[in-house]
Design a protein around this ligand. Structure first.
Ligand SMILES: [Zn+2]
Length: 421
């Protein structure tokens, strides 16, 4: 994720919510939960290192999913299962039908053959994936283990989810699958996504993206003797010129980028093909669709013009003039945002105020994109501690301050679930 602060001003904290969170935090059972969590650090670090040593490249998460399912059973979750795409589930009972979900992605960006040299030095651990998303998964496990060891009343049931496919080419496929399954789509009321370390952010707006590869093909030819044949590089250049003149709003912030361009073989050949990769981003679905239309329109227009010009020439020269253009979607993440006054944002902000924690509300692309795009309440927060070097072999995690992150997650879940009898 590449977070940015959001555009909107935050509404004031809701006093009733603040009182509710203060009452929860002062209750004897939550105090003993905090004490219990404080003593779990060795176990959490152990799990974190053990998990990071199991490869979980995109589309290759099954070994890690099996490990997590074993841990879910070990800490006493009910109904532990792995679904068709490899997401791991475990539940903790409550009253009613609507769950509070706590999720953390289990996949990494690292290819299958990456050396997973995971090591510890004091409060720090080093190695690929220790923080993203070792920190998130372990925080989820810590909370699940707590519920078996300390009796805490809550109304709504909890579902714990280790999902696949968050990173890059995974394109949120784990979350997509969960929220297209009626069993979960209709029964998850709130989703707290744990992604990476820290306790200083709340991702409440889903930055959407649409990514395309555009391939233009022509007959090719010799630069001298076939002069006048349509040139795919020129077609791309003209289309880029038209497309990039499309106006974009600053609110909702909307961007485009031509990130890769390829084509041609030699200076004296008319290329047979040329391609480019285009990235479109916005928090608004409508803006992304408008830009996609503008891209397709620009391409169609230039291809038509060039074809017509070339046909006129080739009719005289008796050569084929065919030009083809293909637009392939290579990534699609839906946009969305919480409605003003969403309960989940009120809860996390009240919890932060209670814990004296300063956090910034941000927009980013995370697993929360999927529920947010469906109009469901979701935020992404960190699993506590500190981390850095995500997506590199130098990734690290420091457990100092993890406790704050865990308290924050627990209080948020309890406030969302409500108090049971
Ligand atoms: Zn992550």
């Amino acid at each position: 994720m590449s977070p940015q602060p959001p555009r909107a001003e935050m509404p004031a904290l809701a006093p009733a919510m603040q009182q509710e969170v203060a009452r929860l935090a002062a209750s004897p059972e939550v105090r003993s939960a905090f004490n219990w969590l404080r003593m779990q650090e060795p176990q959490l670090t152990h799990w974190q290192m053990e998990m990071a040593r199991i490869p979980a490249p995109p589309f290759g998460e099954s070994a890690r999913a099996n490990w997590l399912a074993e841990r879910f059973r070990e800490v006493g979750l009910d109904d532990v299962r792995i679904d068709d795409v490899g997401n791991v589930f475990g539940t903790h009972p409550g009253f009613g039908r609507r769950y509070v979900a706590l999720s953390a992605h289990i996949d990494t960006v690292f290819p299958a053959n990456t050396p997973l040299n995971i090591r510890q030095q004091g409060s720090r651990i080093y190695g690929p994936g220790v923080s993203d998303n070792g920190a998130g998964v372990v925080a989820m496990l810590g909370i699940a283990a707590l519920l078996r060891n300390v009796r805490i009343r809550h109304a709504a049931p909890f579902v714990f989810i280790g999902n696949v496919g968050e990173e890059g080419e995974g394109d949120l496929r784990g979350m997509r699958h969960i929220f297209s399954t009626p069993r979960w789509k209709d029964s998850i009321a709130y989703t707290l996504v744990l992604d990476g370390a820290g306790a200083d952010t709340i991702v409440a707006e889903a930055l959407g993206s649409r990514r395309f590869e555009v391939i233009v093909r022509g007959p090719g030819g010799h630069s001298w003797s076939d002069f006048g044949a349509p040139n795919p590089i020129v077609i791309l250049a003209k289309a880029i010129d038209t497309f990039t003149a499309t106006p974009v709003p600053s609110a909702p912030k909307t961007t485009f980028n031509i990130g890769v361009i390829r084509g041609g073989t030699s200076v004296n050949s008319i290329p047979e093909s040329a391609s480019m990769k285009v990235d479109i981003r916005s928090t608004s679905m409508a803006e992304m669709e408008r830009l996609e239309q503008s891209l397709r329109l620009a391409l169609n227009r230039v291809v038509e013009d060039e074809t017509m010009t070339a046909e006129m020439r080739s009719a005289a020269q008796k050569r084929p003039a065919g030009v083809g253009c293909e637009v392939v979607v290579i990534g699609s993440r839906p946009a969305g945002e919480l409605l003003a006054g969403a309960k989940i944002l009120q809860v996390v902000r009240a919890v932060d105020a209670q814990l004296g924690n300063a956090a910034q509300v941000q927009r980013a692309s995370t697993d929360a994109n999927i529920p947010l795009s469906l109009g469901l309440e979701a935020v992404a927060i960190g699993g506590g501690g500190a981390g850095g070097g995500a997506h590199t072999l130098q990734e690290w995690f420091d457990s100092s301050g993890r406790e704050l992150g865990l308290k924050r997650i627990l209080l948020s879940m309890l406030a969302l679930a409500g108090v049971g009898e």
